[in-house]
Write a protein that binds this ligand. Sequence first.
Ligand code: SGN
Ligand code: CA
Length: 504
Amino acid sequence: MSDDHAYQAISAYSDKLIHTPNIDQIADEGVIFTNACVTNSICAPSRATILTGKHNHINGKIDNGAPFDTNQVTFPQLFQKAGYQTAMFGKLHFGNDPKGVDDFMILPGQGHYINPAFITKSGDTTITGYVTDIITDLTLDWLKAKRDTEKPFLVMYLHKAPHRPWWPSPEKFKEFTKKEFPLPETLFDDYQNRGTAAQTAEMNILYDLRYGHDSKIRPETFASMDSIKPYIKPYNWGGSDGFSTSFARANNVQKDLYEPVLDSINIWFKQNWRLLNDREKMEWKYQRYMQDYLGSISSVDDNVGRVLDYLQESGLDKNTIVVYTSDQGFYLGEHGWFDKRFIYNESFKTPLMIRWPNRIKPGIKKTEMVQNLDFAQTLLEAATITPPADMQGESLLPLLLGRDKEWTRDAVYYHYYEYPSVHMVKRHYGIVTEAYKLAHFYYDVDEWELYDRFKDHHEMNNVYDDPAYKKIVANLKTELADLRLKYRDSRELDLYYINKYLDK
Ligand code: SGN
Ligand code: CA
């Protein structure tokens, strides 16, 4: 699993932006889901859903700040009990150690790209190098030398990349800053015909990406450009924290590898920035964003290749299930945005591909609406371990093994909570069917949005108030109420979580 890996940036889904041959191999030799989605598009809550097989209102990890109650049953514990060797390497983001793993080395919080620190069973440590390579080294080392080869295993290999602030390795930084990427159709979205939430969110590339933090403009470049005025939100102006949190960790040898590319970006910025109009500024920031984001992904793909190669060399590939996914989707300039959180497509959907030789037919594509909620039950059933009755997902085995008729789900439930907070996306829950998406933004506004998924692929037109959709709205509201009941979510719980975590 990677952190914030948009399906738009995997060539098995779309080859517009990047070629990811290694990740694609999993899809080519197994199944790719084109409508996999999350229950709540944000990091730690997604991980909690994956581990517990429960929605966040049940497992309590509603946002990145809420504590994760480790007394809950997570699926690795059940694998461990069933005699599996278990391990976890990379980003967990819970604020506490994983349960049910024999071995782990996890990043503290978001972790660092360069010379990252790790939390281990025997104390904290720092490893020199680039985080994506290191997480892979740790995983391979465990597979090769640390596990008991007599036992079956479950290993969670969890990349920090491509999470903000998108520091690629020095080689990829050099390679990707030379590239130019196609602009998304909705890059200049003005959020008309949407709700208040889309208009007030703070994740617009032009206004909210920070030059220092994200675009790799050095603090000293700003210092010499004091006639440049901030955009709308002053706190976004000229932040240097991408340098102090990430780049400052690099040693001199590593810094020297980055400096020539940083120089070229900064010299260009200094000479040209003032001359650009807003449209050109948006395009420049989009290109810079894509160069770093996709450069970070390219290393993920190379490293996934290293793991797949090892599985093949060792013969483990023949009876190992390999899953590739992300903790959520991400905006790559669609609607002018970066980040995630919304029920809208790019953040709601997540990549999912699964390889299982001799069981899953190679090269199949599935369009059913499956969720991260389903992963625990799927993996448990695949390993013939009985899932606990209170897990809320559905095993994907029927879809994986050609028993499609057993799959009956036609609607999924979504609920996002983290507000007010970074990026300012308002709380909302909703229902998504093949044809429609109905969402209720219920905190500090009371607004409904309806999108016609067949007619409006880019979700640009909220048709909630259109009389032509009156009956559809009524039916969807009933279905949504049924889903809330089925998953045991309620108005009382919405208020409980508002009161519990907001200063009232
Ligand atoms: C940080 C990032 C945000 C991001 C959250 C959550 N800002 O706060 O852009 O949305 O993490 O991401 S940064 O200035 O620290 O880079 S999540 O994937 O962990 O949910
Ligand atoms: Ca994430």
